[in-house]
Design a protein. Structure first.
Length: 141
């Protein structure tokens, strides 16, 4: 593959993903928090998830039989299916942060284009948290 083609495809895919997050309202924390608040439930996030499943499920069905992906030499899949304490704890921390702030990493990065001090602070703290976790418990790469 041409040296410039892979980054260009990554840029287009990232743009489409960001556009979809914005279109689905996932860059607005009140949509996410509204989904998690059972007293004033907003089903918008549910429809975004269902839309993602409708795209992903057929693509996965057809692509899982390929020996290699279209744009790489090998698949990058988890090496284990074991559920560990580290995985559970990390998922809980992620969920708590997502519920409190209304952002997860993808929508947070897409929201940086607003240049809001709130989102810039969130992303800086998200990166600091990831760095701290790598230092404290070590990276498993």
């Amino acid at each position: 593959m041409d040296l410039l083609m892979k980054p260009l495809i990554a840029l287009v895919a990232g743009f489409l993903f960001s556009f979809g997050l914005c279109l689905g309202g996932m860059t607005r924390p009140q949509v996410v928090i509204g989904f998690l608040d059972l007293s004033a439930w907003n089903p918008a996030l549910l429809f975004v998830m269902l839309g993602a499943l409708l795209v992903h499920a057929p693509a996965y069905y057809f692509l899982k039989h390929r020996k290699t992906p279209f744009l790489d030499l090998h698949w990058h899949l988890p090496r284990t299916k074991k559920v560990t304490g580290r995985l559970v704890f990390g998922s809980m921390i992620f969920g708590i942060g997502w519920g409190l702030a209304g952002y997860c990493p993808g929508p947070a990065l897409a929201s940086l284009s607003t240049r809001s001090s709130e989102i810039i602070g969130f992303v800086l703290m998200m990166v600091a948290g990831m760095k701290a976790a790598n230092i404290l418990i070590g990276s498993k790469k």
